[in-house]
Design a protein around this ligand. Structure first.
Ligand code: GUN
Length: 291
């Protein structure tokens, strides 16, 4: 058996087209959604991600602004930049690209972003809202994964969802979204004993560890849906995920490729969150809620 490929690129294009339509409506009502992306230092992968995010915004008709800061930027300089963006009415979404250089405290930086502009959904208030089942901004990667599962007709109601990797960016919010959708969730981490005994029970397996090949075909339940969040470069310079694609596709029912799977969805959902932020913050939206 060879698994069906889940085409994240095609679905992301659909989401982006829908967002572009809604952006046009909002612009006609006088608000152009704006995203500010802050990049500290010159990490090559982060530079590519940031460029792609800004380009996607422009393509959807939104305003985008990339603020590039030196590697040596101090904590208080960065907090000043965030404070200015918090008060800038043309900016509806703020994203600080992670990871930050080691001398900066990511947690403090994230908490400085206005929760109403936190389109990553990483602020403690937004993480708390997600945990209590009333999300405001869903973190983009797990949000994109939920959209993919929905579009594939994969129901999480009563399903075993196993997540490998417990980061704040992917694993933990993915667990909350899957739980809210009625799944029985197992959240594995780097200390998990006998990982295969967990992954083999997964109807839906989400892998987000940054370790290429951590999941192989023998660890996958026959017919399972496998979502590979990893983006790694192997010794030949080729992009590969965290899942050993060739062996896993022989066993899975459906699987995401790398590249062209989860990656494009993350950007599409960032646009969706920025649109939603602008809708919530726009004067017309405020007037509507006052009525
Ligand atoms: N670095 C890797 N993924 C992400 C993300 O989703 N948001 C931000 N801000 N940084 C990241």
């Amino acid at each position: 058996m060879s698994a069906r490929l889940i085409d994240g690129k095609a679905l992301a294009a659909q989401v982006r087209a829908q967002v572009a339509q809604d952006v046009a409506t909002l612009k006609a009502a006088g608000t152009t959604p704006g995203l500010a992306v802050v990049l500290v230092g010159g990490d090559p992968a982060s530079q590519v991600y940031v460029r792609n995010k800004a380009a996607a915004c422009e393509k959807a008709g939104m305003h985008s602004q990339v603020i590039r800061l030196a590697e040596t930027t101090t904590q208080s300089e960065l907090l000043d930049v965030i404070n200015t963006l918090n008060h800038d009415a043309t900016v509806h979404g703020i994203l600080v690209q992670l990871p930050l250089p080691g001398h900066l405290d990511s947690a403090l930086v994230i908490e400085a972003i206005s929760p109403n502009k936190d389109v990553d959904g990483f602020h403690a208030i937004n993480a708390g809202l997600l945990m209590t089942g009333a999300p405001r901004f869903r973190p983009c990667t797990p949000y994109g994964i939920m959209k993919m599962l929905e579009s594939e007709g994969v129901s999480l109601w009563g399903a075993n969802v196993v997540i490998v990797g417990a980061s704040n960016i992917v694993g933990k919010p993915m667990a909350m979204l899957a739980l809210a959708a009625g799944a029985t969730v197992t959240l594995c981490n780097s200390k998990t004993r006998d990982l295969a005994s967990h992954t083999q029970r997964a109807d839906v397996l989400v892998v987000a560890t940054g370790r290429p090949g951590i999941v192989t075909g023998d660890m996958v339940k026959p017919g399972a849906t496998v979502i590979d969040v990893g983006i790694n470069r192997n010794a030949d310079g080729k992009l590969v995920g965290d899942v050993d694609f060739e062996s896993a596709r022989q066993v899975a029912g459906a699987i995401t490729p790398v590249p062209g799977g989860v990656g494009p969805m993350t950007i599409a959902m960032l646009l969706m969150n920025t649109l939603q932020a602008a809708q919530r913050l726009s004067p017309t939206a405020a007037a509507q809620t006052e009525q």
